[in-house]
Design a protein around this ligand. Structure first.
Ligand SMILES: Cc1cc2nc3c(=O)[nH]c(=O)nc-3n(C[C@H](O)[C@H](O)[C@H](O)COP(=O)(O)OP(=O)(O)OC[C@H]3O[C@@H](n4cnc5c(N)ncnc54)[C@H](O)[C@@H]3O)c2cc1C
Length: 299
């Protein structure tokens, strides 16, 4: 890193070096990141991003890493980890402002206790608010775009900006943020509905039980490896191609859920990406459907 940039960032926040990314990513694979910072508040997050942008330094925004795989060669830049930036404020009884590093599961529990409905679908998604907005995460018929009223973001060229729901350009597992990595989500305002605590709790538990029954939660993974192709399911197609249980190095197509690639035993990132490549080529050859990776690569 440029020494001036290093000095400026160090005056704001501790910079750590050579941090192993397998500790912070879903598959638990990958090499080290050269630099690592974990801001705890908006000023520190924006301050760090301003300096990194000013000096044209490479950086990667990391939430809970549950949809990120890091190259075995590591990352030659600064990882900006939001996991310590976690605040939630109630603007109105059913409108909350949530910082990017806030855990989705913790948020689900907080709003449930307040009798706020609309986030039940997300219970069990192991990410942060920032990662969920970026991915427009969803499950069981719901997705973040249904409840995001607005987002505050840092734009490399414009500084801090406000975007309403339309401007976030949400689509299936994508958003303006996933198309433009010059944008960092600082926080989002979510609009929920006044509901019944017991009913919300019941729906959340039901969703959670479905996950435990269907997903290989006892192995490291990033959830569904591929996006759902139009009108079909990646898991159905992978199963159809007899790839359930197929292994490559330490990586395996889960025997429990064909849509999940898992780190079965000491897999490397190369094993996982190699298997994902094999799966998508086989599915293309046998069904003529193109699978698109949902997992984001840090390299
Ligand atoms: C067991 C399991 C089950 C899962 N189930 C689901 C599911 O049901 N539905 C679903 O949609 N997903 C699911 N996922 C995938 C994943 O949890 C979601 O995509 C989640 O929203 C990612 O959040 P994260 O904080 O971990 O983001 P990360 O994995 O850290 O990051 C994902 C992407 O978002 C970017 N990003 C993160 N924070 C910011 C920010 N503040 N500003 C800008 N960019 C940012 C990163 O650079 C990266 O490109 C599952 C994963 C696992 C392991």
């Amino acid at each position: 890193m440029n020494s001036e940039a290093y000095k400026k960032i160090s005056s704001l926040i501790e910079i750590e070096e050579n941090i192993p990314m397998h500790e912070f990513t879903g598959f638990q694979t990958g090499g080290v990141a050269d630099y690592y910072v974990a801001p705890t508040n908006k000023n520190a997050l924006v301050g760090v991003l301003e300096i990194l942008s000013e000096y044209d330094e490479e950086y990667f925004l990391l939430g809970n890493g549950t949809n990120v795989i890091c190259s075995d060669d590591g990352y030659r830049g600064t990882v900006v980890h939001t996991s310590k930036f976690k605040t939630v404020n109630f603007n109105e009884p059913n409108v909350i402002s949530v910082s990017s590093g806030y855990s989705i599961n913790r948020l689900c529990k907080i709003v449930m206790r307040k009798g706020l409905a609309g986030l039940e679908f997300a219970y069990g998604i192991p990410g942060t608010l920032g990662g969920a907005v970026f991915m427009n995460a969803g499950a069981y018929g719901g997705e973040l775009s249904n409840i995001v009223q607005s987002a505050t973001a840092f734009d490399k060229s414009r500084g801090v900006i406000e975007l309403d729901n339309q401007q976030c350009e949400f689509g299936y597992r994508k958003s303006l943020f996933s198309r433009n990595v010059d944008l960092t989500i600082i926080s989002a305002v979510l609009k929920l509905e006044i509901g019944d605590v017991d009913e919300i709790d019941r729906k959340m538990t039901e969703n959670y039980v479905r996950r435990v029954e269907k997903q290989p939660l006892n192995f490291p993974s990033c959830g569904s490896t591929f996006k759902r192709p139009v009108g079909d399911y990646a898991s159905r197609l992978i199963d159809l191609c007899n790839l359930k249980g197929y292994s490559y190095g330490g990586a395996q197509v889960s025997e429990k859920h064909a849509g999940f690639i898992i780190n079965r035993s000491n897999a490397t990132t190369n094993d996982i990406l190699g298997l994902a490549d094999y799966v998508s080529k086989t599915v293309k050859e046998m069904t003529n459907v193109e699978l698109e990776m949902e997992v984001r690569v840090m390299e």
